[in-house]
Write a protein that binds this ligand. Structure first.
Ligand SMILES: [Zn+2]
Length: 465
């Protein structure tokens, strides 16, 4: 099934001609739009001008987001449709721009979520995407191949996960710079339309320092390429940022300068390329997001320090204000892991719970591993071992058994499965009054809140290297 796209470079209409084989089906059902992606209940409304081939009857059921094409005879068919992807301003501008196709004069941005349709015919396991009409010379970036031109067919797996990770940008102001990290081509996409925020100069540090630091952390140089796409929101809005992963990269949309929050967000999302994506902990609800989110967050900030993008004070502020104080004063700090999913979208406290709980446990384990190894190993060695073990296992989602197996050589005699059950799943707080830390870290309680300090003369860049 191939998508032939067309756009004149200025309008808000994206044309799609979907070419497919009807096989022996009497009809083919297309479903457009993913309402739950970025909260877009009315996404089907942007689809219009649907036309099928000669003699074929169309039945459109908007309530079910369905287009049913009744075929007269089997063969190669074309379904035409158009997306009106004009900007939707208002309070939900972030989701509206990040999770819907956006077209404006000289600008196109779309993810796979609200571009490709679900098809009833399961015979398709690949999708092709190619441009038939596009504005000549407009800078172009497609997540499947950063070197591709619009008229080069891109092929992706048709299943939902791969479709969702797809991204495409055409932007008259886009500047793509290429570098190499450990032999892997890295592409940084920015927009020269942003001349005031300082983002263009500062985001280079990510390409030049952070991504090399994190590849070095994992000793992972297996990737065809990596893309960091940092494109401003088209809506004139206050400072904001939204990030979403791609198969080999990260796309963020933003407004405003690269402050500490945005630095942390880009680092966290980039770091998900490993924890949370390749190394993912099995979860029925969100009870194991302590690993997918919290461990990821700890590794992300350790690498910000290693890359020189987080100072010692930034690290301490993040540990203390954003995590230890926030968690130990949270009204839901002791709630069990299986209560997170049902309350996640209702409560900011629950939303943060897996991040805080996991980051604090990662910090705790990092200290325990360092102490047990007399400073010759850290959480990094354990995670590398877990990653290597997981790749041997074919990259399947990990379980407590896998986690325990990889960590036990570093913490012999410790019942890690019991710790995970008590601290992560049941929600018992780690009591730092009774926890040994390495000499570089000291925790004193202020009332009920643990406060992390670094003794004078210690440089945590040396500790976390
Ligand atoms: Zn995350």
């Amino acid at each position: 099934m191939d998508y032939h796209l067309s756009w004149d470079g200025t309008s808000t209409i994206l044309g799609m001609d979907i070419v497919y084989d009807s096989h022996s089906n009497d009809s083919t059902v297309f479903i457009y739009g993913v309402p739950e992606a970025g909260g877009q209940p009315h996404i089907f409304d942007i689809l219009g001008n649907v036309q099928a081939g000669n003699g074929e009857r169309l039945n459109i059921i908007a309530a079910e987001r369905k287009i049913i094409v009744h075929h007269v005879a089997p063969g190669i068919k074309t379904l035409h449709a158009e997306l009106d992807a004009r900007l939707v301003p208002g309070p939900r501008f972030r989701a509206n721009e990040a999770f819907r196709p956006t077209l404006a004069p000289g600008f196109l941005y779309t993810r796979g979520y609200q571009l490709f349709m679900e098809v009833s015919d399961t015979a398709y396991n690949q999708l092709g995407i190619v441009w038939s009409k596009w504005p000549a010379h407009m800078p172009y970036l497609v997540s499947t191949n950063p070197e591709a031109r619009p008229d080069e067919l891109q092929v992706i797996a048709a299943e939902a996960t791969t479709r969702y990770l797809f991204m495409m940008v055409m932007d008259k102001d886009m500047v793509i710079t290429k570098s190499k990290v450990g032999g892997i081509p890295h592409y940084l996409a920015t927009s020269k339309s942003d001349s005031t925020s300082g983002m263009l100069e500062r985001v280079r540090f990510f390409a030049d320092k952070y991504i090399p630091a994190i590849r070095d952390y994992w000793q992972d140089y297996n990737a065809p390429f990596y893309i960091l796409s940092v494109i401003p929101f088209q809506n004139e809005v206050p400072a904001a940022m939204t990030g979403m992963g791609m198969s080999n990269g990260l796309s963020v949309r933003y407004r405003g300068p690269l402050d500490l929050d945005k630095t942390q967000l880009i680092a966290h999302e980039t770091s998900h390329n490993w924890i949370g994506v390749r190394l993912k902990f099995e979860s029925i609800g969100m009870e194991n997001n302590w690993f997918n989110e919290g461990f990821n967050d700890y590794i992300a900030i350790c690498n910000l320090v290693r890359a020189g993008l987080f100072s010692q004070q930034d690290f301490l502020d993040y540990m203390n204000k954003e995590n230890l104080a926030a968690h130990y004063t949270s009204p839901v700090r002791s709630m069990p892991g299986d209560s997170i999913a049902p309350n996640f979208f209702k409560s900011k406290y629950y939303e943060k719970l897996p991040y805080h709980r996991g980051l604090i446990y990662a910090f705790y384990l990092d200290n325990q591993i360092r102490l047990a190894a007399n400073g010759k190993a850290s959480i990094r060695n354990f995670l590398q071992a877990l990653y290597t073990q997981n790749q041997k296992d074919g990259g399947r989602v990990i379980t407590t058994v896998d986690f325990t197996k990889a960590i036990s050589p570093f913490l012999p005699g410790v019942d890690i499965a019991k710790e995970i059950d008590e601290y992560m799943l049941q929600g018992r707080l780690i009591d730092f009054h009774h926890v040994h830390l390495i000499p570089a870290f000291k925790i004193k309680y202020a009332d009920t809140v643990p406060v992390l300090k670094v003794p004078a003369g210690v440089d945590i860049r040396d500790v976390l290297k």
